[in-house]
Design a protein around this ligand. Structure first.
Ligand code: FES
Length: 376
C-alpha cells in the first residue's frame, strides 16, 4: 500500500492505524530489540566452527534519562582500557544477564576511544531486552558486549538528508556530527510522538546552533505537526544527494516507496524490525531425518515457524546480518537472502532462517542437534 494515497486509511509511518494512540503501537517500533533469545546452556543447533565472537565485559559508567522511556548508558572497560574503534552507523551487541542478545546503535563520539554510548527505549510488551536494560543495567553494572559492527555505514556524500524516527536517532546523531565535521551539505529531520519522547534534543539543538546556517535540524513532533508522510520527510532531500533513514519498518517502507520522486540519488536505511517478506513462496522444513515437517507459508519466515517448535531457538537481528539464528541444512536447496554467510558456509549447508527461504514446494531437512527429544 502506498502511504501517499491513503484511500483506506493505511497505517501511518510508525505502522499505527490512523487515530490510535502512540503508546499502543510503540512496541512495533522495537528498540533494536526485535529479538528474543533462548535462555539455555546448550545450543540446539550444531554450533559453527567459524563463530567465535570476541566478547568483553564493560561497566556502565553513567546512565542518563534522555527522554520518556529512554535511557542512555556510557560503557567503559573496567580497567579503563582503550576500546575498539567504530564509525557512525555501527552497533554494539549486548549479552544481557538473562542471556538475551540485543543490538543497539552507538550514539556517542567515535573519537572517544574510552567510552561507548547507547540509548534504549523501554518497549512495553516487547521481547524483554529493553526492559532488562532499563531494570538491570544501572551504574556500576557489568555487561558483556561484542565489538562494534557496522551494517549502516555513512559514506559522507557531499549532500545528505538524515531522517530519524523516534529512537532511530541513535545511529543518525553520529552521522550528523560527522557531516558537520566534514563540512557537508546536510539536513536532519527527527520525528516522534512528542518532544518529551524524543531523545537528544539538547544535542541536536547544539548541532543546529553550531551550523553555519539555520535550517539544518528539523524536529517534528507528531503532537505539534501531525504524523508525517514519507514524501514530506523527503522534501528536504538534496538533489542528487543521499538519504539516510532509521526508524520503524513502516517509515522505512514509506521512504523507500517515495524515494524515486525525491530527486536524491542514494538511499541508505536501517530497520528496527525484520524486513517484509518479498516474493515468498511456501516450502517445508523437516526437523532431522525423522522429525516433524513444518510448513512455511509464503508470508512467514522460516525462523518464525521454527520458533514455534523450538522456543529456545536463538535469534537476534532477524535481518540476516548477525548470524545468531544459523542452522544447518542436511538436505534441500536454500534460497539464501542473508548478508552474513560466505559462499563456503552456504556450500557447507549453513542457513539463516530469519530471512532465507527455499523454492516453492522444496523441503529443507535440518540437522536438529541435540534437541530432537524436545520437539513437541
Ligand atoms: S537473527 Fe540475525 S541473522 Fe538471523
Amino acid at each position: 500500500m502506498d502511504i501517499s494515497t491513503p484511500v483506506t486509511r493505511p497505517p501511518d509511518l510508525y505502522g499505527r492505524p490512523r487515530g490510535d494512540s502512540f503508546m499502543q503501537k510503540l512496541a512495533a517500533f522495537s528498540d533494536h530489540a526485535v529479538t528474543r533469545l533462548a535462555r539455555r546452556a546448550t545450543p540446539p543447533w550444531r554450533p559453527s566452527a567459524t563463530e567465535t565472537p570476541v566478547v568483553r565485559e564493560l561497566v556502565v559508567a553513567t546512565r542518563r534519562q534522555e527522554a520518556e522511556d529512554v535511557v542512555s548508558l556510557r560503557l567503559e572497560a573496567p580497567d579503563g582500557a582503550i576500546l575498539p574503534p567504530w564509525q557512525p552507523g555501527a552497533h554494539l551487541e549486548l549479552r544481557l544477564p538473562s542471556g538475551r542478545k540485543r543490538q543497539y546503535s552507538l550514539c556517542g563520539d567515535p573519537a572517544d576511544r574510552y567510552r561507548y554510548r547507547i540509548a534504549v527505549r523501554r518497549i512495553a510488551g516487547g521481547g524483554g531486552g529493553s526492559a532488562e536494560v532499563h531494570d538491570a543495567l544501572g551504574e556500576g553494572a557489568r555487561v558483556a558486549v561484542t565489538p562494534p559492527r557496522n551494517a549502516f555505514p555513512f559514506a559522507a556524500e557531499a549532500s545528505v538528508l538524515l531522517v530519524a524516527g523516534g529512537i532511530g536517532i541513535t545511529p543518525i546523531l553520529p552521522m550528523a556530527r560527522e557531516a558537520a565535521r566534514r563540512g557537508l551539505d546536510w539536513r536532519l529531520v527527527h520525528t516522534g510522538r512528542s518532544r518529551a519522547s524524543m531523545p537528544f534534543a539538547a544535542e541536536l539543538a547544539e548541532l543546529a546552533a553550531a551550523a553555519a546556517d539555520s535550517g539544518r535540524v528539523f524536529i517534528r513532533p507528531d503532537d505539534e505537526s501531525g504524523v508525517p508522510e514519507a514524501a514530506e520527510l523527503l522534501s528536504l532531500s538534496p538533489a542528487a544527494g543521499a538519504v539516510y533513514c532509521c526508524g520503524p519498518a513502516p517509515m522505512i517502507d514509506g521512504v523507500r516507496r517515495a524515494f524515486g520522486a525525491s530527486g536524491a540519488s542514494a538511499l541508505h536505511y536501517e530497520r528496527f524490525a525484520p524486513p517484509p517478506i518479498t516474493d515468498g513462496r511456501p516450502f517445508e522444513l523437516q526437523l532431522g531425518d525423522t522429525g516433524p515437517v513444518l510448513p512455511v507459508p509464503y508470508d512467514r519466515s522460516a525462523l518464525d515457524v521454527l520458533h514455534e517448535a523450538l522456543p529456545d531457538l536463538p535469534f537476534s537481528c532477524r535481518q540476516g546480518f548477525c548470524g545468531t539464528c544459523r542452522v544447518q541444512v542436511a538436505l534441500g536447496q536454500v534460497d539464501h537472502r542473508d548478508r552474513r554467510l560466505t559462499a563456503t558456509e552456504r556450500a557447507e549447508g549453513a542457513m539463516l532462517p530469519c530471512v532465507s527461504r527455499a523454492p516453492e514446494g522444496e523441503r529443507l531437512v535440518l540437522e536438529v542437534y541435540p534437541y530432537a527429544q524436545r520437539l513437541s
